[in-house]
Structures are given as structure tokens and as C-alpha cells.
Design a protein around this ligand. Structure first.
Ligand SMILES: Cc1cc2nc3c(=O)[nH]c(=O)nc-3n(C[C@H](O)[C@H](O)[C@H](O)COP(=O)(O)OP(=O)(O)OC[C@H]3O[C@@H](n4cnc5c(N)ncnc54)[C@H](O)[C@@H]3O)c2cc1C
Length: 344
């Protein structure tokens, strides 16, 4: 299964894979299995996004049993646990070694162009050029933070950072913190920052609410079981919408705790609607907070009903816990404006 290419710049190979994350390494494994000559070009190290673009305390929200890539899967003794970043990096390094992936690290691809003389491609990097018949772009979907335009108007003197730049609460300027976005990242950061003793406000838009555990099983086990995780792009009603759905409000922890807006407000966090703009130092929010929360509650109810139905149709209901419904999201008086400098 070893690749033929010596992987050096100037080489001609069948396939250049750009990026040594999960996707790039998985492609490399499959290409090697089919004896296709290739090289994987990586601008940093293997698992670079996990090494450099995640905060310090992050644990995966997907359980260990879900950590599987072609030809390799989690083999530890805690399948229902959640990996922290160092374990995940170890997992990916082990995968690359297992596949003998021909990775060239510290090699940034700067352009890909058609090579008319060969009908293939020239791949230019900061370490030289490769020539190949095909290119696989596995450079990641989460590497460029999506920052809404409104961020351009954050009042002068207020620190504004993306999750890529965030490592821990210590790096934040003194004072309260507003988190914009209430999906997995927003809620996990809100919880950590709130625990560090800051006052936290979350601007909440559309979100996906889920309990961590339902009827005795992890919710992602259920989504796997009832087939939602395996839905193909041509089995969903609207693939563009499906791809842009926010990640579910989940956190991976030993306690298997649920993380939702109710747990946040119970800890003293303030909820506001979607951030719409600034009028000098006053932040303005959409009045849709109640609606987006009601919608998320409704959709969670539908998902739990689908699980209940699946159990009734397919399995012995007595082998699972009882069906359960959760309290609706509590929205107290939602602010639509808030002074964020505390000057008024
Ligand atoms: C905060 C956060 C938490 C997440 N938690 C989970 C989770 O719990 N469970 C889960 O399954 N998923 C999670 N994800 C999603 C997960 O990170 C991605 O699905 C996964 O990393 C995708 O793998 P990838 O190989 O496509 O991209 P990446 O892992 O981003 O890999 C892309 C690689 O391409 C390299 N690259 C980019 N540009 C170039 C270039 N020009 N030249 C050379 N190399 C280049 C990058 O350095 C990187 O190594 C999370 C994502 C984020 C942002």
C-alpha cells in the first residue's frame, strides 16, 4: 500500500491532495489502498486546524465511537467518552502513520493551474511545484471565520475576536462579554467565560437544540440509529439549507451534561436576539428571540417524537428509558438594545 511518489517538489504524481486534516488523510488512505500515486501537501502539521484553530479546553462534541475514518477508528476503552484536542491530534497522527500517508508538512499551496501541455495540473507551493493528473482540495470548511458585517461597527475600544483567536478567558479584556451566536461554539465559550467570573450575554439567532442524552442513549447515537446522520445529499429536501444548518447545541463532557439556553440562563447568562447593529456604543438586537427559541423547541420536539416512533416500530421499547419532553426555552424580558461600554 505504499505510494510511489518520492513527494519532492518538481515531482510528477497522479494526485495532489491539499490539506492533512480528516478529509485529506482519508483520501490519502483510499488512494493508497488503490495504489494511486499521490502526495498530501499541508501548510502546517497533520491536524493543523486542531492544533492552531481551536480553544484550549475544547473537547469533541462527537463521542469516541463516532471517531472513525476509512480504515481506522477509535480503539480505546471509553467509546462513549469525548476526546480532548491532544487525544484527537494523537488519533490523527496515528492514522497518518497507519496509512503511511505521504504528507509534506510546512508546504502551503498558493495556486493550482491547468497544465495545457499535459492536460493535468501544476500545483504551486511555497516549497516548489508539483505536477499531477488530479487535485483533491481538502483544505477545510471551517478555516476562515464567518464574521458578520456588523462586526465592522463594534465601538472603538471594545475587543472583538473570533473563536479562532480565542484560547481561554484570560486573554479577554476586563469586563463583560457578549457572545454572538448560540450554537455549539457560542454556548461552549459562553459557559467557560461565565464560569471564569465574567458577565456574559449571548446574542441568539437560529439554533438547533438537543438534549445530550435521550432515553438512556447519547443523542448522536439516536441520530445514527434512526438514519439522520447517514442521510445522503439527495435524500434531504433542501441540501443548501441542510448544509448551512447551525451545529447543534452540544458539548462533550464526562457528565454528559446538556448545554442549552436554559442551562445558560440558570447560570446567570443574559439572552438577547440576533445582533443587528450599533448606534455608537449601543448594540441593537432583533426582536425575534422568542420566535427562534420557540422554533428550536418545536424542532427538538419533532426529533424526539421521531426517535420515539422509531423505537415503537423497530425495537423493544422496554430496553430504553421512558419517553421524555423538556421544558421550553425560558426567555425573560429580551433586551433589544444594550449599552456595551457601560457609559450610558
Ligand atoms: C470549534 C469547532 C469544533 C468542532 N468540533 C467537532 C466535533 O466535536 N466533532 C466533529 O466531528 N467535528 C467537529 N468540528 C468540525 C471539524 O473540525 C471538521 O469537520 C473537520 O476538521 C473537517 O476536516 P477537514 O479535513 O475537511 O478540514 P481541516 O481539519 O480543517 O483540514 C484542512 C487542512 O488543510 C490545510 N490547508 C488549508 N489550506 C491549505 C493550503 N493552501 N495549503 C496546504 N494546506 C492547507 C489546513 O492547514 C488543514 O490542516 C469542529 C469544528 C470547529 C471549528
Amino acid at each position: 500500500m505504499s505510494p510511489r511518489s518520492n513527494g519532492e517538489p518538481g515531482a510528477t504524481t497522479d494526485v495532489v491532495v491539499i490539506g492533512a486534516g480528516h478529509a485529506g488523510l482519508a483520501f490519502s488512505h483510499c488512494l493508497s489502498e488503490s495504489s494511486v500515486d499521490h502526495v498530501v501537501l499541508e501548510r502546517g502539521e497533520i491536524a493543523n486546524s486542531w492544533r492552531n484553530e481551536r480553544w484550549d479546553s475544547l473537547t469533541l462534541l462527537t463521542p469516541n465511537w463516532q471517531c472513525k475514518v476509512p480504515g481506522f477508528s477509535y480503539s480505546g476503552d471509553d467509546p462513549d467518552g469525548f476526546m480532548a484536542i491532544p487525544e484527537l491530534i494523537e488519533f490523527m497522527d496515528a492514522y497518518a502513520a497507519h496509512s503511511s500517508a505521504p504528507v509534506k508538512t510546512q508546504t502551503t499551496v498558493t495556486s493550482v493551474s491547468r497544465d495545457n501541455s499535459t492536460g493535468g495540473y501544476s500545483v504551486t507551493t511555497d516549497a516548489g511545484q508539483w505536477h499531477c493528473r488530479s487535485v483533491i482540495v481538502a483544505s477545510g470548511a471551517c478555516n476562515v471565520p464567518v464574521v458578520p458585517k456588523v462586526a465592522d461597527h463594534v465601538p472603538h475600544g471594545i475587543q472583538s475576536i473570533t473563536p479562532h483567536q480565542y484560547h481561554s478567558p484570560d486573554q479577554l479584556d476586563a469586563g463583560g462579554v457578549m457572545i454572538v451566536g448560540a450554537s455549539a461554539t457560542g454556548l461552549q465559550l459562553a459557559e467557560e467565560i461565565q464560569r471564569s467570573g465574567r458577565e456574559v450575554t449571548i446574542a441568539v439567532g437560529e439554533h438547533v437544540r438537543m438534549p445530550r442524552v435521550y432515553r438512556g442513549r447519547d443523542i448522536l447515537w439516536w441520530l445514527d440509529r434512526i438514519g439522520i446522520s447517514n442521510e445522503r445529499y439527495d435524500e434531504v429536501d433542501d441540501v443548501i439549507r441542510a448544509r448551512s444548518l447551525p451545529s447543534p447545541q452540544l458539548v462533550g463532557s464526562a457528565e454528559k451534561a446538556t448545554l442549552d439556553l436554559n442551562t445558560m440562563t440558570a447560570n446567570g447568562t443574559k439572552l438577547v436576539g440576533r445582533l443587528m447593529g450599533f448606534d455608537n456604543d449601543v448594540a441593537q438586537f432583533s426582536g425575534s428571540l422568542r420566535n427562534v427559541c420557540a422554533l428550536a423547541d418545536l424542532k427538538m420536539g419533532r426529533m424526539l417524537a421521531a426517535i420515539d416512533e422509531w423505537i415503537d416500530d423497530n425495537d423493544d421499547a422496554s430496553s430504553f428509558g421512558a419517553a421524555q419532553r423538556f421544558a421550553e426555552t425560558k426567555v425573560n424580558f429580551p433586551f433589544i438594545i444594550l449599552s456595551i461600554t457601560g457609559r450610558r
